[in-house]
Ligand binder design. Structure first.
Ligand SMILES: Cc1cc2nc3c(=O)[nH]c(=O)nc-3n(C[C@H](O)[C@H](O)[C@H](O)COP(=O)(O)OP(=O)(O)OC[C@H]3O[C@@H](n4cnc5c(N)ncnc54)[C@H](O)[C@@H]3O)c2cc1C
Length: 411
């Protein structure tokens, strides 16, 4: 009797053999990509559409398994041009559902409400996972249509030269913990700034099309994640009134870094595996898609080393600005959040455009590039140690979310 796993293996082997024959016919070495997240799939699509043979390894059985149907925001404030136009120009959308959000409600630490609007969308709400309309499903279908071979359920242990590493974050510099649920609530985006709900980060509630995501996105005190999530739930219950049906737990980690190079030999690192993530607030999807596309362009040009120039040109200053912004943001505390929101209120009385304010606040500036080397010198060591530390014993581990301390306590 054949089991489901044996049948899947047989189908995989058949597909792989066909793909190998195709690669021989076009007489090109396949490009191996490790990780089928947005970064890996953006690279795969760009390469395959240009005629390259691509195999992409994904350790899970489906794309977007790290997320479970989460609603996420595709930020639309770091460039004057709309993010969907930028992605469309690269052939990366918008075939997935991207719902524009023009309004957000922010709560200060005392629960006071601040409502911000913008004529242009501040963000697009996208769904993650392998379901109709989700970003990951659409990228997978585009990749398959371009001839990419997916090897689901397979871990890529060693990448050959010329491969792309797209395996997601290495450390946990920020974590999100929350719930997904079905709801009859009206669409909306609610954000709360308070260290009681999300230390040095923010709590959010996104509702769109009968789905909801409630999350505490925190940068400190990860071991008390559960307590913060309970507080977030109580907070949004009291301020917005929650209706959560069929609720499931969700969450994950993000890692950000400013790498000296994203090339190791001829292996290119894309997305969060390179540290390309918005250090300020964790909006990493755009970095992932763009860096995947840029790495593919470097490979297609026959000069993989050019990738460093390409990502520095498009993403470098924004990444640096994100780290500088984070440095100051995490020093705000409750009084600082109040001052920040009062500042936004004042600025928007003159020009009521929330997107414009966000653009100005997060933009690279001359003073930020001056601050960056100083801040980075102090930040780098801290970021390096905030992840798993395999060379340390659990008792010495300074990691933040790897559970070593709990294990050490049990031992
Ligand atoms: C809870 C949470 C909420 C978020 N919300 C937002 C948001 O609202 N807006 C936003 O812009 N960003 C958000 N982000 C960040 C965003 O999701 C990531 O920045 C983005 O997904 C990174 O894409 P990636 O392709 O680099 O990595 P990933 O999406 O992590 O994909 C990496 C893939 O590689 C696979 N893999 C890893 N190692 C191997 C291996 N050795 N072999 C084979 N496969 C491997 C993994 O299974 C995974 O599927 C959020 C992140 C989290 C955790």
């Amino acid at each position: 009797m054949t089991t489901a796993a044996q049948r899947r293996l047989a189908v995989n082997r058949h597909a792989t053999a066909e793909h190998d024959i195709y690669c021989c016919r076009v007489n090109k070495e396949p490009v191996i990509i490790s990780g089928a997240g947005p970064a890996g799939m953006a690279a795969a699509i760009t390469l395959a559409r240009a005629g390259r043979c691509v195999s992409i390894y994904e350790r899970h059985r489906a794309v977007g398994s790290r997320f479970h149907g989460d609603l996420q925001g595709l930020e639309n404030w770091t460039t004057a041009a709309d993010v969907t136009d930028e992605l469309a120009g690269l052939g990366l959308g918008p075939g997935f559902s991207a719902v524009p959000f023009h309004e957000a409600v922010l709560f200060d630490p005392q629960g006071g409400e601040h409502r911000y609007r913008s004529p242009q969308p501040m963000a697009y709400i996208v769904r993650r996972g392998d379901e109709d309309g989700a970003l990951d499903r659409w990228l997978k279908e585009e990749a398959l249509a371009a001839g990419v071979e997916f090897r689901f359920g397979e871990v890529c242990r060693t990448l050959p030269e010329g491969g792309i590493e797209a395996g997601g974050p290495h450390g946990a510099h920020a974590i999100g913990i929350g719930y997904l649920f079905d709801t009859e609530m009206a669409d909306g985006a609610y954000i709360a700034l308070s260290d009681r709900l999300a230390p040095k980060g923010y709590a959010y509630l996104l509702i769109q099309g009968g789905r909801g995501t409630l999350m505490s996105w925190m940068y400190d005190d990860f071991h008390n994640e559960r307590r913060y999530l309970d507080r977030c739930e109580a907070f949004f219950q009291s301020r917005v009134g929650l209706d959560m049906k069929n609720r499931r737990r969700t969450g994950g980690a993000a890692g950000f870094y400013y790498p000296r190079t994203a090339c190791k030999g001829r292996i290119l690192y894309v997305g969060e595996s390179a540290g390309f993530q918005d250090a300020l607030w964790g909006f990493g999807m755009r970095y992932a898609l763009l860096s995947g596309h840029l790495a593919a362009r470097a490979l297609l040009s026959g000069r993989p080393g050019d990738y460093d120039c390409l990502w520095r040109e498009r993403l470098g200053r924004q990444l640096q600005a994100g780290l500088v912004n984070r440095w100051f943001y995490q020093r705000l505390g409750e009084r600082g959040y109040n001052a920040l929101l009062s500042g936004i209120d004042r600025a928007l009385r003159e020009k009521p455009d929330g997107r414009n304010w966000l653009h100005g606040y997060t933009a690279p500036r001359f003073w930020k590039s001056l601050c960056f080397p100083l801040i980075w010198r102090r930040y780098r060591a801290r970021l390096k140690s905030a992840g798993r530390a395999p060379d340390r014993s659990p008792a010495d581990c300074v990691c933040t979310w790897c559970r070593c301390r709990r294990k050490a306590r049990r031992d």
